[in-house]
Design a protein around this ligand. Structure first.
Ligand code: HDE
Length: 721
């Protein structure tokens, strides 16, 4: 067996065989390698005459261009990829024989593609949506794809409903609107007729659906899988990814603004982080469940609308993935990568989750149309690092040249090779699960509790998170034209929590909250069970993102320094020093590009002008002091920048004369330091200091405020709405 003992660059080396330096110092050629003398003019009959048929150089160029596009993914078309590697912390031999989970010294190369689900390939990154989190591990036993999402549950229980779900959420077929949004009639019509979607709806309405960064979101395998060890012993497993930068989100208003100002916000964030050496890291977590333990749960492990609460089965962190290299070519790698939940390796196996079972069909099928035939695993990004030997032959675009006359097995002519892996060899062998029952098209009764975990999720949210969910409902349902659909959603939600339903109803003109689901009878919709899960819903802390200071400080955070000529150098330098030494980044923003000069003559390069950036692109704002304040106060863009930062609950800092600028923003309830004094004051994430204060202490207080990500107290006490 070939042992992968390499690093993420193994895949780079493997890809390198196909790589071409696009700017090599050479001349243009045709696809057959013949030098092209003129790349500007067609071959014509006379210099003002028509093109002659003979011009095969033109035809080759134009034909290739005309065929450049391949179909985008039917779901998840918009995505961004990155290379990296994975290392297990300690051998997991007792749980699984998967080769990449045995040896902590082995770095298994990976390629990850993050995505939104609904929007087209050119849609904005920051829309409200589930995020795909798909990882291809190039292991020494072949490729393992963990094709997950950033939410642990799904809308439906059976793959049979997937085309309906996707048709309902995609732009409506008559006018192809809206783009990349669930906020329209067909989605909520469908969802309210599918009560099994309720739990997932709450996740999608939560801020998890508008992540701050791909680097700051969790990932989940969603389905229950199996770990199988060398003795053939099986246990259930749920896969998790835990971002080392913590789980953080944008706020809705900011997400909408970013969709306009920088539709590539998440793609750029990922790209720039990797380029600057801030490699995103995620720990792989597993929840391992013994078969008999599963029987004691009040939900069915095969039901993808359910989580296994972390309080019930803790997540064990078993290894770490580091993304350390950007793709060299978007199309070749990110667009052509083909994931498939069926790509498992010995030691990992499926369960009978009917959603997973359906996916096992869909992914290969979709690659056949998207990548044009059955040879897509020969595309460099999809090729395993180990050799491929089988008797599959031919088909469009076959690359491999199989030598010899044998393409069948068994054969004596080929010396019996390639043969089946023998009993003592590492090979895929389906776990021998005992099966019995009638062939039937029915939903198991154990799938019928659609609300308990939705209630658990709601109860586990902080008040601010609840407010955001209600706000999202007002937006989503506010866009729904049919009143009876709004009413149905409210009644569905009343089965989760009365308060939730009433708060939702209040913003969308629904006056009565009944909780009556009898309308489902008219549509043969799957009925929820009358009997809720036996355990009381309670609270699961892991479901809330709002856990106070997450201890990640300013690492990789982007801080705007609003500057103008005459800025105070001492406070600016203290802030710059504190942020960069904590691993954050500062960006100087001024009215015009070029440079600004400080009160003491210091020159500062301007990174962005107000024409090219908006406040939503930064995690925090520092307003420069000194005589710069007089200029800054006159600039509408500056005042708007600070107002937006306040509204989005971001940390804001100002010292000395800049405190005056904050005063003019007029936020009653926020305490500000006396600009002429020597105190440092932190109030609702606004950090101010007098000109006589210790600037290092001021900068440290700002860093602490940034570490908290957002200061929701502003929303809680009604300073912003
Ligand atoms: Fe997918 N899904 N999916 N899905 N999915 C695809 O495959 C499908 C589901 C997920 O970055 C498609 O190559 C069915 C759950 C990701 O390339 C397609 C069902 C989860 C990606 C497909 C589901 C996912 C896809 C479209 C219900 C989380 C993007 C293009 C039974 C666990 C992968 C493609 C990438 C992509 C089918 C539900 C994750 C059509 C039938 C649940 C991350 O095959």
């Amino acid at each position: 067996m070939a042992e992968s003992n390499g690093t993420g660059s193994d895949k780079a080396r493997a890809l390198h065989g196909d790589a071409v330096d696009a700017t090599a110092d050479t001349h243009l050629t045709t696809n057959t390698g013949v030098a092209i003398g003129d790349n500007h003019n067609q071959l014509t009959a006379g210099d003002r005459g028509p093109t002659v048929m003979e011009d095969h150089v033109f035809r080759e160029k134009m034909t290739h261009f005309d065929h450049e596009r391949i179909p985008e993914r039917v779901v998840h078309p918009r995505g961004s990829g990155a290379h990296g590697f994975f290392q297990v912390y300690e051998p997991l031999t007792d749980l699984t024989c998967a080769a990449f989970l045995q040896d902590p010294s082995v770095k298994t190369p990976v390629f990850v593609r993050f995505s939104t689900v609904v929007g087209f390939r050119g849609s904005a990154d920051t829309v409200r949506d589930v995020r795909g989190f798909a990882t291809k591990f190039y292991t020494s036993d072949g490729n393992f794809d963990l094709v997950g999402n950033n939410m642990p549950v799904f809308f439906i229980q059976d793959a049979m409903k997937f085309p309906d779900l996707v048709h309902s959420i995609k732009p409506e077929p008559h006018n192809e609107m809206p783009q990349a949004s669930a906020a329209h009639d067909t989605f909520w019509d469908f969802a309210s007729l599918m009560p099994e979607s309720t739990h997932m709806l709450l996740w999608v309405l939560s801020d998890r659906a508008i992540p701050r960064s791909y680097r700051m979101m969790e990932g989940f395998g969603v389905h229950t899988f199996r770990f199988v060890n060398a003795e053939g012993r099986s246990r259930f497993v749920k896969f998790h990814w835990k971002p080392l930068l913590g789980t953080h989100s944008l706020v809705w208003d900011e997400a909408q603004k970013l969709a306009g100002a920088d539709p590539d916000f998440h793609r750029r964030d990922l790209w720039e982080a990797i380029e600057s050496g801030d490699f995103p890291e995620f720990e792989l977590g597993v929840q391992v469940i013994e078969e008999d333990q599963a029987d004691s749960f009040d939900f069915d492990l095969l039901d993808a609308t359910k989580i296994v609460p972390e309080e019930l089965v803790p997540v064990r962190r078993v290894g770490k993935m580091t993304l350390d290299r950007n793709p060299a070519n978007f199309f070749a790698e990110t667009e052509q990568v083909a994931f498939h939940p069926g790509h498992v390796v010995p030691g990992i196996d499926f369960t009978n989750d009917p959603l997973l079972q359906g996916r096992l069909f869909s992914y290969v099928d979709t690659q056949l149309i998207r990548l044009g035939g059955p040879n897509f695993n020969e595309i460099p990004i999809n090729r395993p690092l180990v050799d491929v030997h089988n008797n599959q032959r031919d088909g469009f675009m076959r690359q491999t040249v199989h030598e010899g006359r044998v393409s069948y097995e068994p054969s004596s002519l080929g010396g019996g090779c390639p043969m089946q892996a023998g009993g003592d060899m590492r090979a895929l062998r389906a776990f021998g699960e005992r099966m019995e029952g009638l062939k039937t098209r029915t939903r198991s009764e154990t799938f019928a509790d659609h609300f308990s975990q939705a209630t658990l999720f709601w109860n586990s949210q902080s008040e601010i998170e609840k407010q955001h969910i209600v706000g999202a409902l007002h937006f989503e349902l506010g866009k729904v034209e049919h009143m009876h659909v709004r009413q149905r959603v409210v009644d569905l939600l009343a089965n989760v929590d009365r308060d939730l339903a009433e708060r939702a109803a209040a913003g969308i003109g629904v006056t009565e909250v009944t909780g009556d689901l009898s309308y489902l009878d008219d549509y043969a919709s799957p009925k929820p069970n009358d009997v809720r899960g036996a355990a009381a819903p309670g609270v699961s802390r892991a479901l809330s993102m709002d856990q106070g200071d997450d201890g990640h400080g300013v690492r990789t955070r982007k801080v705007a320094l609003l500057a103008a000529d005459g800025f105070d150098e001492g406070s600016l330098q203290a802030v710059q020093e504190a942020i960069t030494s904590g691993g954050g980044k500062t960006m100087v923003i001024a009215k015009l590009l070029g440079s600004v000069t400080g009160g003491g003559g210091m020159s500062l390069d301007v990174d962005k002008s107000h024409v090219t950036t908006i406040g939503a692109e930064y995690d925090a704002v520092f307003v420069c002091g000194g005589s710069a304040v007089e200029h800054l106060q006159e600039q509408d863009e500056v005042m708007e920048f600070v107002r937006q930062a306040f509204k989005h609950c971001k940390p804001i800092a100002a010292a000395g004369s800049a405190v005056e600028l904050l005063q003019s923003i007029d936020r009653p309830g926020v305490e500000l330091a006396d600009g002429d004094g020597s105190d440092v004051t932190s109030s609702h994430g606004v950090v101010t200091a007098g000109s006589g204060a210790d600037m290092a202490a001021f900068a440290a207080a700002f860093v602490e405020a940034i570490g908290k990500h957002r200061h929701w107290s502003r929303e809680l006490v009604g300073m912003v709405g």
